[in-house]
Design a protein around this ligand. Structure first.
Ligand code: BGC
Length: 366
């Protein structure tokens, strides 16, 4: 079953786009039309994006926001990017304000499917097209879904951990992402699909971390570690923040660097941990690619056109199919940290701070 789209898309007038000057306002987050003549037309084509929080991963503000700004500015469209700061009610309010301000396309990274679906329903009733950015809203009504192949992300994590552990018998702990995030389900499924095949591995603990909260992750990992009597040989952590939490507990037990830990997002800290050997791998998902894909889809919707997709994603809540653009994630180990820097995913200066200068030099990163 395909989701039904009977949305009226307000066409974006080319001239209005051309008139759009892209400056920053107070939050540094929007490309506002500073000219007066084109104001109302430009407002019709405005694209709103609501990011989820600043805590679950540094990626949203450090990678996604600048990549989205560049993509929209390059396309010459007016935009407004806000962050819900982990508060679903706040996301709902931001969405209402954006709709009131005349956005014609609204992209959200939901904080949970229920609130995301309600936002999308309301937007739809006002003739505003919606896009799921990075996270699929189960039971939602987004026209498109732009993300990475999240099952593959989990597979890369599982394979990365297996590569670090090798053939030995190993006890594994899973530190999964938020139970409210459909991606977290896919990451865990992908990782299990690889690791469950290995008869020499035993799962000795597995827990989801509410809201991807890094502090809570440390507490949860400590509990799982204690329950396993410290007999933990590998940690499947769903992102770099959760991985960092596990590493801090391993460090307190003198086990950092001895127990491989996975991650995701190729954050500065994650890459530094990979270089230092306390983290076995991370997964790089280019924000430039994801933001670029979002901009393309948003502009297609705003101009009444159709976006190019890579396929459809099945919404497991109702078996509907959502037209999707799913990008390819990349596994990063000590050997190819430089790829992230070459691709512009991080700056060498940020990763190769004084403490990491030697490790960077060894890895050929300058
Ligand atoms: C994203 C990850 C991110 C996590 C926490 C997931 O939905 O795909 O990249 O680390 O949320 O924000």
């Amino acid at each position: 079953m395909k989701r039904k789209h009977n949305l009226v898309v307000v066409p974006l007038i080319g001239a209005a786009m051309a008139l759009t000057a892209c400056g920053s306002d107070d939050g540094g987050s929007s490309g506002e039309d500073t000219g007066s003549s084109g104001e109302s037309q430009a407002a019709e084509g405005k694209i709103g994006v609501i990011l989820p929080d600043t805590e679950s991963s540094v990626r949203w503000e450090s990678a996604d926001r600048p990549a989205l700004e560049s993509a929209f500015e390059e396309a010459g469209v007016e935009y407004d990017i806000q962050n819900a700061e982990g508060d679903a009610e706040r996301m709902t309010q931001i969405a209402d304000t954006m709709i009131g301000d005349g956005v014609t396309v609204l992209a959200i990274v939901n904080l949970d499917s229920e609130s995301g679906a309600a936002i999308q329903e309301k937007a739809k009733s006002q003739g505003v097209a919606t896009i799921d950015y990075d996270r699929l809203t189960l039971g939602g009504s987004a026209e498109y879904y732009v993300s990475f192949d999240n099952t593959v992300v989990g597979e890369l994590q599982g394979q990365g951990l297996a590569d670090c552990l090798g053939d030995k018998d190993a006890n594994i702990v899973y530190l999964n992402g938020s139970p409210t995030d459909n991606n977290a389900t896919l990451f865990a499924e992908g990782a299990h699909s690889v690791l469950d095949e290995m008869s020499n591995y035993t799962v000795v603990g597995e827990q989801a971390v509410p809201d991807w909260d890094n502090e809570e992750a440390a507490t949860i990992f400590q509990q799982l570690y204690t329950a396993a009597d410290g007999k933990v040989d590998g940690v499947l952590a769903a992102n770099d923040g959760l991985g960092g939490a596990a590493i801090s507990i391993l460090e307190a037990n003198g086990q950092d660097g001895k127990v491989p830990v996975t991650g995701q997002d190729a954050t500065v800290e994650g890459l530094q941990n990979v270089l230092a050997g306390t983290q076995c791998m991370t997964v790089y998902k280019s924000a430039t690619q994801e933001a670029g894909a979002l901009a393309d889809v948003a502009i297609a919707l705003a101009t009444g056109g159709e976006a190019e997709t890579t396929g459809t994603t099945v919404d497991s809540s109702d078996d509907s199919e959502v037209p999707s653009i799913l990008l390819e994630p990349q596994s990063i180990t000590k050997d190819n940290v430089g790829d992230v820097i070459e691709d512009g995913g991080q700056k060498a200066a940020d990763v190769c701070t004084a403490d990491f200068a030697d490790l960077c030099a060894e890895a050929g990163i300058s």
